[in-house]
Design a protein around this ligand. Structure first.
Ligand code: AMP
Length: 218
């Protein structure tokens, strides 16, 4: 039997990897897993993982690899994922990537492509300080580039819009440094497998998505 495909979105914070993953998953009719969303949910629910993760998220640092891999393993082992899935925000270190390769093997998945969306730091700062997210449905807006019709209210569900605690200038810079030092070595790891696709993220969401769709062959 053919193995189910897995697509990974990688890239610096604010590159749009979450946005693109959210668009691709329904097109492929598979679930979208966002490690950042799962960790934020754990913090909100004050679970054991959430208690550990909170200070890392607030500071813009990565949670320990063991915590990240456990959360990812639990998510991808669910039966909704059996036909494949799209994941963003994981893996984020070389250690996580190696463990993830093993996990996919163990669970019988095929890592099809790693879509690497690249944008420079100035663009990251512009995008993230204006980002607002809906507390209820998770829709993402931007005060300048994609404002909601009514200030502070989600167009889609009427939920309250909020600014992520880690979307402030100071924490964004830490997140970028963490990305540069800990996550960017992944790019070489995946280049060697021939599965890496480089995508220029400094374009409209729809243009980036056209390229993503072409890269995954859908
Ligand atoms: P994101 O929503 O992808 O920007 O992630 C928000 C925060 O969640 C990051 O700054 C980290 O604190 C944490 N996080 C998300 N994914 C991972 C991961 N794979 N490993 C460690 N920490 C993570």
């Amino acid at each position: 039997m053919r193995k189910a495909d897995v697509f990974v979105f990688a890239g610096p914070p604010g590159s749009g990897k979450g946005t693109q993953a959210k668009l691709l998953a329904p097109k492929l009719k598979v679930p979208h897993i966002s490690l950042g969303d799962l960790l934020r949910e754990a913090v909100r629910n004050r679970s054991k993982v959430g208690e550990i993760a909170k200070s890392y998220l607030d500071a813009g640092k990565l949670v320990p690899d063991k915590v990240a891999i456990d959360v990812a393993e639990e998510a991808v082992s669910k039966k909704e994922c059996r036909n494949g899935f799209v994941i963003d925000g994981f893996p984020r270190t070389l250690e996580q990537a190696v463990l993830f390769d093993g996990l996919l093997n163990k669970l019988g998945f095929n890592l099809r492509k790693v879509l690497y969306i690249d944008i420079p730091l100035e663009e990251i700062l512009k995008r993230l300080t204006g980002r607002r997210s809906c507390r209820k449905c998770g829709a993402v807006y931007h005060l300048t580039f994609n404002p909601p019709k009514k200030d502070g209210i989600c167009d889609a569900c009427g939920g309250e819009l909020y600014q992520r605690r880690d979307d402030t200038d100071e924490v964004i810079k830490v997140r970028y440094e963490v990305y540069r030092d800990q996550t960017s070595p992944l790019i070489d790891h995946y280049k060697k497998t021939g599965k890496l696709v480089y995508i220029n993220g400094v374009r409209d969401v729809s243009e980036v998505f056209k390229e993503v769709s072409k890269a995954v062959g859908s």
